[in-house]
Ligand binder design. Structure first.
Ligand SMILES: Nc1nc2c(c(=O)[nH]1)N[C@H]1C(S)=C(S)[C@@H](COP(=O)(O)O)O[C@H]1N2
Ligand SMILES: [Mo]
Length: 397
């Protein structure tokens, strides 16, 4: 919205300036909370408070509809006033479109269970795309307006008029600057300091390397569509074939602990399934090879008293559980290979749980212990308010 209009001092100009201020403030806060959610550094530091950040983002997002809606009602009049100002006219169309796109896709992402994976996937794409278009535009806009303002500090530009306007801008600029530094700074430093050791981290430290069955290579599902967004609430744990083991214990007749060599010698089978994260991304047609949970439980001989299967991650933090009847589903698999290749460390390798009919937060990475218990156990995300029974919309029972 134009400076010129505001300096005219008309009430219409004042309304536009005020809407512009509130919108800039809300968008700054959305960018701040959005980037914090995106950053793996903050994910680790915030711990459980990350759920609060998500709620804040949703709330601010909902509130941001107020200035957007108010502006849309003024748009026609503003448009007329901008006669001949080509770029400003482009602006007053493009900016509300970006905001509206963010808003609508945000609503779907928020209501992921109601709309199902396909709409959520599309919404995440739109939300991300608009962020990578909108964010640079937004930063460019706030910097260029700032310098335009400085240029216009002629003697006629009286301090009385400049002061409140400037302080609002300075405020927004501080929020943006602080937001970018806080949310991206640590990730950037971490990324730079990791540059040297990246190769090393990617190495697969397990010998013997598990050999894929004929159904896995080439993958019977034709190969996964799209890729995983590596997500971990902790720092990545590292294992090698020397220090890794897999245990089944608790209420079983035959508790067992395998080392890596013994574990890869067990008979595996292959299945194809889709993988859906609640944040909106999915990976379709994964060919997983591993040990059906059912068979592992039969082997350990579950005691009659047991009700629940608890899964422990080697990260020492993450857990989840299934009831015994859920654990009886044929497609629940303790996976060792994905599309014929060993599961890399950042995606939960060497061994992760796969429950195709439930959201991916039930898919415990670095799985190394299965414990049979009597009482129910609420897992990591269940404790943070997500549904304990994470059935995917349209796929559940
Ligand atoms: N141990 C552990 N398992 C985990 C998680 C985690 O943070 N730690 N994140 C869960 C979530 S929310 C998702 S979406 C998937 C992500 O799997 P990926 O990192 O292989 O993409 O793992 C699930 N299993
Ligand atoms: Mo997730």
């Amino acid at each position: 919205m134009s400076n010129e209009l505001k300096q005219e001092g008309t009430s219409f100009g004042k309304r536009l300036a005020s809407l512009h201020f509130w919108n800039a403030l809300l968008v700054s806060l959305l960018v701040l909370t959005g980037l914090i959610m995106y950053s793996s550094y903050w994910r680790e530091v915030l711990g459980e408070a990350k759920v609060g950040i998500k709620w804040l983002h949703i709330m601010i997002g909902l509130i941001s509809f107020v200035p957007l809606f108010s502006y849309l009602r003024l748009l026609a009049r503003h448009w007329k006033l901008l006669k001949g100002k080509y770029w400003q006219r482009v602006n007053v169309i493009v900016v509300p479109l970006i905001l509206l796109g963010w808003f609508i896709s945000g609503i779907f992402l928020w209501q992921f269970q109601a709309v199902g994976p396909e709409i959520v996937n599309a919404s995440l794409l739109v939300h991300d795309l608009l962020t990578w278009i909108g964010l640079p535009l937004f930063i460019y806009h706030s910097i260029s307006r700032q310098s335009r303002l400085r240029e216009s500090k002629s003697p006629r530009f009286t301090p009385e008029r400049a002061q409140p306007f400037y302080s609002r801008k300075a405020f927004i600029r501080t929020v943006i600057g602080a937001g970018l530094t806080i949310s991206l700074g640590p990730s950037l430093i971490k990324w730079i300091s990791n540059l040297g050791s990246r190769q090393e981290q990617a190495a697969y430290n397990f010998l013997p390397v598990p050999q894929p069955l004929p159904e896995s290579a080439p993958p019977i599902g034709g190969g996964a569509i799209d890729s995983f967004r590596s997500y971990s609430v902790t720092r990545l744990p590292f294992f090698t074939s020397e220090n890794w083991s897999f245990t089944i214990d608790g209420l079983v007749e035959k508790p067992v602990t395998w080392n890596w060599e013994q574990f890869v010698a067990l008979k595996r089978s292959v299945q194809v399934s889709d993988f859906h994260c609640v944040t909106g991304w999915s990976v379709y047609k994964n060919t997983w090879e591993g040990l059906p949970l059912k068979e592992l439980l039969e082997r350990a001989q579950v005691k009659a008293r047991a009700r629940v299967v608890k899964f422990h991650s080697g990260d020492g933090v993450y857990t989840d559980s299934l009831t015994l009847s859920q654990a009886d589903m044929d497609d629940v698999i303790v996976a060792v290979l994905h599309d014929g290749k060993p599961i890399p460390n950042d995606l939960g390798g060497p061994v992760r749980l796969i429950i195709p009919k439930m959201y991916a937060y039930k898919s415990v990475k670095w799985l190394n212990r299965i414990e049979l218990i009597e009482e129910d156990h609420i897992g990591y995300w269940g404790e943070l308010g997500y549904e304990h029974d994470a059935w995917i919309t349209g796929k559940g029972t």
